[in-house]
Write a protein that binds this ligand. Structure first.
Ligand SMILES: C[S@@+](CC[C@H](N)C(=O)[O-])C[C@H]1O[C@@H](n2cnc3c(N)ncnc32)[C@H](O)[C@@H]1O
Ligand code: SF4
Length: 351
């Protein structure tokens, strides 16, 4: 479902803009749809009130909790079931953050990512993206939403931007606390600056070498890393928020001194933070993460080059549930033939 369909349904029942606004505000803040007025019976026209219970049920069905997997770091991975039975992952992050999915699957097919393995299965509608926030807010306070779950937001621009606009207005989330994470696409740099709500930008760079990037991110647009950094810098300067570069650390692949020098060259003087994120193992993909000492040494070298660098852990690593792994496990459990293979694979074992 798209937010626009929700608006149309309300209008068809006789809602005026003020009624529509209050319903959307209540929904995005996980409150009953007719809250926000002492006497809703005086505020809402009777046909609108009459339509609200059925609408409430439909909105609940957009994103239901299938299972929850708490991590030791205060995060919790949620397997979320959509109305058609498809599943996506959301992650409750420490410090009031939430990571949401934008697609079921992903067409970019990054060599290290579980989500990319089966390609794109379907887009999420804007209301399904917001519904993940509503589901999380019913459990916990949320003040930051990162679009870093399953899917490539640039491949579902209209829905993602509509969700961002609603979350940044009626949803009450600060604009720089909405983080659009992408492999980089010209459409991102064209569309993001035009929005009423301009999110912060995370750019999944992973390497400074164009040839290696084409191997690791096989269906990402072929934009040279130097050009990606230039386009991102323009956005950072126009919004006033730094770019968050994402670098999934793969041992022996993108953790060399040459890459350190490449990053230092590309990001010198840029309004940016480099996030080094040790690879979360996905069985069968053939990558490993560098040792903690090696990752720390790389972060230190970048600091010495004057690059603001953070060595991060992806949330919920102790529950062995990197992006797409919960969904894959749930699918394996439904399929007896694949269950036998899962028994031999630590990544696919049920909790
Ligand atoms: C899942 S993607 C979703 C957003 C968007 N498609 C992107 O790539 O930026 C978010 C981040 O997760 C990272 N990621 C994917 N698989 C990973 C893994 N196995 N270990 C660590 N990070 C991973 C990606 O590199 C990316 O920076
Ligand atoms: S890392 Fe992002 S772009 Fe790459 S396959 Fe996974 S979800 Fe898609």
């Amino acid at each position: 479902m798209r937010i626009e369909h929700l608006r149309q349904r309300l209008r068809a029942a006789g809602a005026k803009p003020c009624h529509e606004q209050l319903v959307l505000r209540s929904w995005t803040q996980a409150r009953p749809l007719d809250s926000g007025r002492d006497r809703p019976e005086d505020f809402f026209p009777a046909p609108v009130r009459a339509a609200l219970p059925a609408l409430t049920d439909e909105l609940h069905a957009l994103a239901r909790l299938r299972s929850e997997h708490p991590g030791e770091d205060g995060s919790a991975r949620l397997l979320v079931e959509l109305a058609d039975g498809q599943t996506v992952e959301s992650v409750l992050l420490p410090r009031d953050g939430l990571c949401v999915s934008t697609q079921v699957g992903c067409a970019v097919g990054c060599a290290f990512c579980m989500t990319g393995r089966d390609g794109l299965l379907r887009q999420l509608g804007s209301a399904e993206i917001v519904a993940q926030v509503v589901l999380a807010r019913a459990r916990r306070f949320v003040k930051k939403v990162v679009f870093m779950g399953m899917g490539e937001p640039a491949h579902n621009m209209d829905n993602v931007l509509d969700a961002i606009e609603l979350l940044g207005t009626e949803g009450g989330i600060g604009h720089k606390n909405l983080v659009f994470s992408t492999v980089g696409d010209h459409r991102v740099f064209e569309r993001l600056p035009l929005g009423i709500v301009k999110p912060a930008l995370a750019l999944s760079l992973h390497t400074t070498r164009a040839d290696l990037r084409a191997e690791l991110l096989p269906r990402a647009p072929r934009i040279d890393p130097a050009e990606l950094v230039e386009l991102s810098e323009q956005y950072a300067r126009s919004t006033g928020y730094p770019i968050q570069y994402q670098w999934t650390l793969l041992a022996g692949v993108n953790d060399s001194d040459e890459e350190v020098d490449g990053i230092a060259r590309l990001l010198a003087g840029k309004y940016a933070v480099m996030n080094l994120i040790p690879y979360n193992a996905v069985s069968g993909l053939g990558f490993t993460r560098p040792t903690r000492e090696h990752a720390e040494a790389m972060a230190l070298k970048l600091h010495q080059h004057g690059i603001l660098t953070k060595l991060r852990q992806s949330a919920g690593q102790d529950v062995d549930a990197g992006c797409g792994q919960l969904r894959a496990r749930a699918i394996v459990l439904k399929s007896p033939a694949r269950s036998a293979r899962a028994a031999a694979s630590p990544d696919l074992r049920p909790n």
